[in-house]
Write a protein that binds this ligand. Structure first.
Ligand code: GDP
Ligand code: IMO
Ligand code: MG
Length: 434
């Protein structure tokens, strides 16, 4: 039995979906524990491309039970569309399970996300406008409507009547925006209930039963450490616990059940949306990463901001998540860059910091301190063994391992399921690779 947690170590889009897909082959269950359809995970195998938002990336493996845990906020309409899309591509969704305790994203959450962003002007967060923040706010305010409410129409309607009075007043009086009718929402959500009913269970029991039977579980993070509501670059964050600690509340298991935490990081860095990004590039190297890495958001299509690898934020992610190793993705994207920079520390008014809390004001004042290493020209996209990488590509990974004092367990060299180098022995034995 091995229970593994996969966490984004940067600002999201590190390649969590493709690593989940790879490892799901060796586990019995994959569990999402936070976030919602703000997530966008692209998985490619045999030239087929799948874009997942709410459904765990284990779904492409027919033998795996895929759980949407209680910590996830669910937009039932987008979930149903995602399920239809998967089924139309021949992927069975029979193994999906949805927690009765998930909070529902309602149409007024989506409307409020948009009008709030519009009204913030230069202070906007750059959200995905999927209603994530407003849904988690209602959860914390105890105004939320949950998946279990879908199956008690009277209670659902009463809750909707109460909350809609408040939401409509805000939309109308503060934002002069369109309001919603109880009957419209009620009718559509009762239809969603019929479609989703077969997937809904108390997933905390399901996950714990699997653990008790010694089954292996993979916990799939969405977003990334620096987008965490408590530990990220607040307020430019998402509204959930994206860190390894989020696994426990978001799925209902205890902390002793996790054996291995893997941080996923790109071999450079990207961010989408607003907020501080010390190593951001505004030059041809940044454009090169964006073009070669196809750095456009899976959920919103927005161009991702690109920059050099930042050791300060990865050291922070290592501490906050208790990372055992790193999966370093997209090494192939750096091929062709003559001199690759690595940010080792920050300079704030002449003082050098290797470790720093990522608070926006401090990061704003931080100037990255770089070292430079030679790049490589060779195509690495078919390489399967670490020792076969060009000298400078190997050196780049080894420098990162040394600067961060953490091993790289995997290195990906292309988006396809097979374009991966497994470097660490524990993972090799887990995947049964010699
Ligand atoms: P996630 O949100 O962390 O699952 O990451 P995304 O799927 O949003 O973004 C990662 C993107 O990079 C996807 O389009 C992947 O297909 C792609 N990708 C992942 N690994 C690699 C890699 O090693 N090389 C290249 N070129 N692309 C990759
Ligand atoms: P995956 O799982 C990258 C960002 C948004 C915005 C901030 C808040 O694909 O890595 P939200 O809609 O969550 O309220 O937006 O968080 N964001 C992501 N950035 N990848 C994601 O998910 C993201 N999910 C949210 O761009 O800056
Ligand atoms: Mg993504």
């Amino acid at each position: 039995m091995s229970n593994i947690v996969l966490i984004g170590a940067q600002w999201g889009d590190e390649g969590k979906g493709r690593i989940t897909d790879l490892l799901s082959n060796k586990v019995e269950m994959v569990v999402r524990f936070q976030g919602g359809d703000n997530a966008g995970h692209t998985v490619i195998f045999d030239k087929n491309e799948f874009k997942l938002h709410l459904v765990p990336s284990g779904i492409l493996n027919p033998n795996v039970i895929c759980v949407i845990g209680n910590g996830v906020v669910v937009n039932p309409m987008t979930l149903i569309n995602e399920l239809k899309d998967l089924e139309s591509k021949g992927i069975s969704t029979d193994n999906l399970r949805i927690s009765t305790n998930c909070h529902l994203i309602m149409p007024y959450h989506i409307a409020l996300d948009s009008v709030t962003e519009n009204s913030l002007g230069t202070l906007k967060i750059g959200t995905t406008r999927k209603g994530i923040g407003p849904a988690y706010s209602d959860k914390a305010s105890r105004f939320g409507i949950r998946v279990c409410d879908l199956f008690n129409p009277e209670a659902f309607k009463q809750k909707l009547i109460n909350i809609l009075k408040i939401k409509n007043a805000i939309l109308d009086k503060i934002y002069s925006s369109d309001t919603f009718e109880v009957e419209d929402i009620f009718t559509s959500y009762m239809q969603y209930a019929q479609i989703l009913k077969k997937y809904v269970v108390d997933t905390a029991f399901l996950v714990n039963e699997a653990l008790d039977k010694g089954k292996s579980i993979l916990f799939e993070g969405a977003q990334g450490t620096l987008l965490d509501i408590d530990h990220g670059t607040y307020p430019y964050v998402t509204s959930s616990s994206t860190i390894s600690g989020g696994v426990f509340s978001g799925s209902g298991i205890g902390p002793k059940k996790v054996d291995n935490v893997i941080g996923i990081t790109k071999s450079y860095c990207t961010r989408v949306g607003e907020g501080v990004f010390p190593t951001e590039l505004f030059d041809s190297d940044g454009d090169y990463m964006r073009n070669r890495g196809n750095e456009y958001g899976t959920t919103t299509g927005r161009a991702r901001r690109c920059g050099w690898f930042d050791c300060v934020i990865i050291r922070y992610a290592k501490m906050i998540n208790n990372l055992d190793s790193l999966a370093i993705t997209k090494l192939d994207v750096l091929t062709g860059i003559k001199k690759i920079k690595i940010c080792t520390s920050y300079d704030i008014n002449g003082s050098i910091y290797d470790n720093l809390s990522p608070n926006c004001e401090t990061l704003q004042k931080s100037k990255p301190v770089y070292i430079e290493t030679d790049g490589w020209e060779e195509d690495i996209s078919d390489i399967k063994e670490f020792d076969k990488l060009p000298h400078n590509a190997k050196k780049y990974i080894e420098i990162l391992e040394e600067l961060l004092n953490i091993p790289a367990s995997m290195i990906s060299v292309g988006p396809d399921r097979n374009q991966i180098i497994i470097k660490d022995n524990w993972l090799k034995s887990f995947l049964k690779i010699r």
